[in-house]
Design a protein around this ligand. Structure first.
Ligand code: ADP
Ligand code: MG
Length: 269
């Protein structure tokens, strides 16, 4: 049993639980997703299969909240700092995702539980994927990805889907105009996609499919934003407006389609 200290600090990071994630010493308290019990069982099973780079569930708390262990380290927030965008950092994210998948492949999906469809692989799958390995959800130590957090979007999918989602954020798979303001300038997207795939140890057949799956993942992310905006979610309405509206998504999708062959060549060359 871990001691609760009086120290309490709001943790900045994501958009979904903005302002609602708090640190109490060695614990994090956050809104519990509706499948918290199944998710906690998954996190425990990951640990049982040797994956020690995710928070441990501590339990449910009053008012629909959950408690997890706090993982010390640094989390990059936008505008993303140089240390989070180095090639070594990117390769380490690939390795961390691979370790997560190797442990996750050994965990049976609880098919009676509800899993969110928001960012899930539309083709489904036989193992649970994280689906939201963005910069704000990776804890770094000594310039390397040390742990992954925020398992709210976990759902069955293909591991390749998770690689594609991760690439969207970490390469990033964005045209230079869309990346500006969030990421340092001058990032070489094809070379970085290759580094992520190499870090992960992606097999050739999956490499050939990856650029197409990134495009599919981008469509799913756009549809997710569209549903939030249509529902009047002020955080997403504001973010969309600040980032240049749907034109930005059109531009990203056109850029991905235009560079499909370049990405394939970089991955397989
Ligand atoms: N277990 C944890 N260990 C360390 N930091 C955490 C942990 N959980 C959350 N955080 C910090 O709080 C931020 C927001 O938490 P997160 O669970 O990702 O919420 P959201 O659902 O809003 O994205 C993260 O970006 C991270 O900086
Ligand atoms: Mg988050």
């Amino acid at each position: 049993m871990m001691a609760m200290t009086a120290e309490c600090e709001a943790l900045p990071g994501g958009m979904l639980n903005e302002g609602a994630v708090h640190r109490h010493g060695e614990l994090v308290e956050r809104p519990a997703p509706r499948n918290a019990r199944a998710l906690h069982a998954y996190l425990l099973a990951l640990r049982g299969h040797g994956f020690d780079a995710a928070p441990m569930p501590v339990g449910l708390a009053p008012e629909g909240r959950e408690r997890l262990t706090f993982l010390p380290g640094e989390v990059a927030l936008p505008p993303f700092p140089g240390w989070a965008m180095t090639e070594a950092a990117l390769a380490s994210v690939g390795r961390l995702l691979r370790r997560l998948h190797e442990a996750g492949a050994a965990v049976a999906v609880d098919t009676r539980a509800w899993w969110p469809r928001d960012l899930a692989d539309p083709e489904g799958g036989t193992m649970l994927c994280h689906n939201d390995v963005c910069l704000e959800n990776v804890v770094f130590r000594d310039g390397r990805a040390a742990a992954v957090i925020d398992f709210d979007q976990v759902a069955p999918g293909r591991p390749l889907w998770d690689v594609a989602m991760t690439a969207r954020y970490w390469v990033p798979m964005l045209d230079p105009v869309s990346a500006a303001g969030f990421y340092p300038t001058g990032l070489d997207a094809p070379a970085r996609l290759r580094i992520l795939a190499d870090g992960y140890g992606l097999p050739p057949r999956d490499r050939a499919e990856l650029p197409g799956v990134v495009e599919q993942a981008t469509e799913v992310c756009r549809a997710f934003v569209a549903r939030r905006v249509a529902g009047g979610d002020s955080v997403y309405v504001r973010a969309l407006a600040e980032r240049g509206g749907w034109e930005r998504w059109d531009r990203i999708q056109a850029w991905l389609a235009d560079h499909r062959e370049t990405f394939t060549a970089a991955l397989l060359g």
